[in-house]
Write a protein that binds this ligand. Structure first.
Ligand SMILES: [Mg+2]
Length: 370
């Protein structure tokens, strides 16, 4: 029998223009892919992180993944968690674990000859997507154009970024005028405000029917999130959770009463952790929204109990269309898992990705690298 192999690669893709939100600016995105091949079947997973995540997979996780029972991704997830104890479980380690975890779920589904959603147990045939971008670096006309395009594409919800150093209320008005009244408008401050500033902004934009205020304060401040949530205008949901790297983070956020809708990102908590997040939301009646990486979330979002929608983030949509065969492309604002292919139905277009490559390592069962 052929020895199993793990290939980890990193690709740095420039953004179409410099982008920023309330607390961060960037001009490229790094896609880290993991392919685990066993007996001629290849499981594919990915995360959005940095080259250090790819090194971490090669140095600390590959030997565990290659020795793993391919039918038990959660046990391998637990083994990877134990292995990184002294290195720190969150951040780089978590994104590395997540890419491997996704590849192992994809592999299990392919070995089982089932779409991942069927393997997990489908709860819905499709999941709503919402358009997400509206960067603070956009001019008013760029913002209006993106909002109009999403409305025309059939999205019933869209999200824009807001931050401190701008006329936030005016920008929100531009977005609302472009959308009309039939499309829900979300805003995301990425933790730019303190609680009192956030409440002032919430009041200033409430008449534009803003129905979602994401990270009004930093997600590290659960008391602050709860404070804003308890005082926010009627109909404005408070959301957070994108930095949840492990299940207990979600439990703490929910137990603190910090959010109306929890967010989770399988590129950070793994598909295994995403399913746990859903299980924590379910008995509390809290909706769960998938953060970014739409192609990675389509299957799990149609299987997890509490999911209400998936974030169709501009940068990731662009990269996934460009570099992944089988990328999730919304139809009438919905993502539909491909039931005609096993696993997640995703394949890296390696020839197209080659020009963005910053790292590529192949590891065999013995740990010998090429
Ligand atoms: Mg966010």
């Amino acid at each position: 029998m052929e020895r199993p192999t793990l290939r980890v690669s990193a690709f740095e893709i420039p953004t179409s223009a410099p982008e920023s939100d309330g607390t961060f600016a960037w001009d490229s995105t790094v896609l880290v892919t993991v392919e685990i091949e066993r007996s001629g079947t290849t499981g594919f997973g990915y995360t959005y992180a940095d080259a250090s995540t790819a090194h971490f997979v090669a140095d600390h996780l590959a030997s565990i993944a290659l020795a793993a029972d391919p039918m038990s991704p959660p046990s391998t997830y637990a083994a990877m968690e134990r292995a990184v104890r002294n290195l720190g479980r969150e951040g780089v380690a978590a994104t590395a674990i997540s890419a491997v975890d996704a590849a192992l779920w994809d592999l299990k589904a392919k070995v089982s000859r089932l779409p991942l959603v069927t393997l997990l147990g489908a709860r819905r045939a499709s999941v709503d997507a919402y358009g997400s971008g509206g960067f603070t670096s956009y001019s008013s006309s760029e913002l209006a154009r993106q909002m109009s395009e999403w409305k025309s594409a059939g999205f019933s919800r869209v999200k824009m970024k807001i931050g401190k150093n701008e006329d936030t209320a005016a920008r929100v008005r531009v977005a609302r005028e472009a959308l009309g009244r039939d499309v829900e408008l979300f805003v995301d401050a990425n933790g730019a405000y303190d609680a009192n500033e956030a409440l002032a902004i919430a009041d200033a934009i409430a008449h534009e029917d803003v129905s979602w205020f994401e990270e009004p304060v930093t997600s590290d401040d659960l008391d602050g999130l709860r404070y804003v949530r308890e005082r926010a205008p009627k109909g404005m949901r408070i959301a957070a959770g994108e930095y949840g790297y492990r299940a207990r983070y979600f439990d703490r956020m929910l137990s603190a009463g910090a959010v109306d809708t929890l967010q989770a990102d399988a590129t950070r908590c793994g598909i295994t952790g995403f399913l746990v997040a859903s299980s924590l939301c379910d008995p509390r009646g809290v909706p769960l929204s998938a953060h970014c990486a739409p192609s990675l979330h389509t299957h799990v979002a149609c299987a997890a109990a509490s999911v209400v929608h998936v974030e169709h983030f501009h940068d990731h949509d662009r990269i996934e269309r460009m570099l992944l065969d089988g990328a999730s492309i919304p139809k009438d604002g919905k993502l539909v898992p491909d039931l005609g292919a096993p696993g997640m139905g995703l394949t890296l277009k390696r020839a197209d990705a080659e020009r963005f490559k910053i790292l590529d390592k192949r590891i065999s069962h013995e740990g010998a690298r090429q």
